[in-house]
Design a binder for this molecule. Structure first.
Ligand SMILES: *Cc1c(COP(=O)(O)O)cnc(C)c1O
Length: 396
């Protein structure tokens, strides 16, 4: 049986999978079983924030694995407390953290905090959460309902939980707020929706309005967090102070971890929320190693240099291939090229695999780039060289 046959026979086919078998990774280069190398501009959908085989991360993991991998949350967990402190300090917000295992779970935690806030802080219970069209918040029954894309709300899985509505734009959010609204949940740069950043002024105005109304601002930083946009959090870049922030993808460098942080530290009490695995020794030790690596690169200016360099390359591509791309979108190392059609997008992504560079899709027509934050200039050069060969071959 081939690997493809094995996968198709035994794994539920919920993904449109590519069958390249990667067997080794070094930095931002992946190798398949035939020894062919690929520049990784996807980093596992923004997860491998320190690349593959990072020495600080792997040795921290090996050491931790040889000692304690897991005990329950009924005992204090030293690296969990340390990671919480580190995240709070890097964020600059006075918040408390709950650790989960994924982005969807972090958002579930955020919604639970918002609902309890809505029940305890107002005379009449508030529970409605407003989100935006083209948003993405996860795949659990609740977070998929929070996701503002009708195609995700298939009747197969109904009934969905009540209390979610979607607005076309930030400007529409104001009108949608009613006496039952408890929170607004947004991504500052919509990732899956097409790498679409919101205007800073618009977000600051919304944040001020929500604060005045006593309504919570929840920022889903599952994709934008952990230096993805150049700052530790996109909320830092937008200079806002959300009430609740969620993190996941880049935080563990590939080890599953999610986090929900809030300034309302007293809302949840013992028994209100929990997770068997969340915040265990292995995942929080991974988070500490990742933040150790990335905070140093932030302090010495390397992250800023990388994103300026990456941005320059994307601009060159857009200028040269105006026939294929409308424009460049995104922030920091969360970037996209808006292709002139979905066909072009699909062809490019396929050609890129052939030429040895991995890119992602987003929205209907965006080619998405989520390289590791530690990607080197040489890897960026080589990746774009291959990318150009791939797009030269796109025939329209
Ligand atoms: C990926 C993503 C999620 C879901 O994260 P999972 O770990 O897949 O559950 C939620 N929100 C945003 C913004 C994401 O990009």
């Amino acid at each position: 049986m081939t690997l493809e046959e094995q996968d198709k026979k035994y794994v539920l086919q919920t993904y449109a999978r590519d069958y390249t078998n990667f067997v080794k990774g070094v930095g931002s280069t992946l190798y398949d079983e035939n020894g062919k190398d690929y520049i990784d501009f996807a980093s596992g959908i923004g997860v491998n924030s320190v690349g593959h085989g990072n020495e600080t991360l792997t040795s921290a993991l090996c050491e931790q694995a040889k000692n304690i991998i897991h005990i329950s949350n009924l005992q204090v967990i030293e690296p969990q407390a340390q990671l919480a402190q580190k995240i709070v300090e890097l964020s600059g917000y006075d918040m408390g953290i709950f650790f989960a295992n994924s982005g969807a779970e972090a958002n579930e935690g955020a919604i639970k905090i918002a609902r309890k806030y809505g029940e305890t802080k107002f005379d009449a219970k508030r529970y409605k959460v407003i989100t935006l069209e083209h948003s993405f918040h996860g795949r659990t029954i609740t977070t998929v309902k929070a996701t503002g894309q009708e195609s995700f709300h298939t009747p197969h899985f109904s009934p969905y939980p009540d209390g979610f509505s979607y607005e076309k734009s930030i400007a529409d959010v104001y009108k949608a707020i009613d006496g039952e609204t408890v929170a607004v949940l947004i991504e500052l740069v919509q990732g899956e929706g097409g790498v679409q950043p919101f205007e800073k002024e618009e977000i600051q105005k919304l944040a001020a309005h929500l604060k005045a109304e006593g309504i919570l601002l929840i920022v889903d930083e599952v994709q934008t967090g952990v230096y993805r946009t150049g700052e530790f959090l996109a909320s830092n870049l937008y200079e806002i102070e959300p009430d609740i922030i969620t993190l996941a993808k880049g935080l563990g460098g590939g080890v599953p971890i999610g986090a929900v942080m809030t300034k309302y530290k007293e809302i949840l009490s013992a028994g209100d929320h929990g997770s068997t695995f969340g915040g265990n020794y292995l995942s929080t030790r991974a988070g500490l190693a990742v933040l150790d690596v990335l905070s140093k690169l932030d302090d010495n200016g390397t992250i800023d240099e990388t994103l300026v360099y990456f941005s320059k390359k994307l601009q060159e591509i857009v200028e040269k291939y105006g026939n294929l791309f409308e424009k460049e979108v995104g922030l920091g190392l969360m970037r996209g090229l808006r292709a002139r059609s979905a066909d072009i997008q699909g062809n490019i992504i396929k050609n890129c695999m052939v030429e040895g560079v991995i890119v992602l899709k987003a929205g209907r027509n965006t080619v998405r780039f989520l390289p590791s934050i530690t990607i080197s200039k040489n890897e960026i050069d080589e990746g774009f060289k291959r990318f150009e060969v791939a797009i030269e071959k796109v025939c329209i």
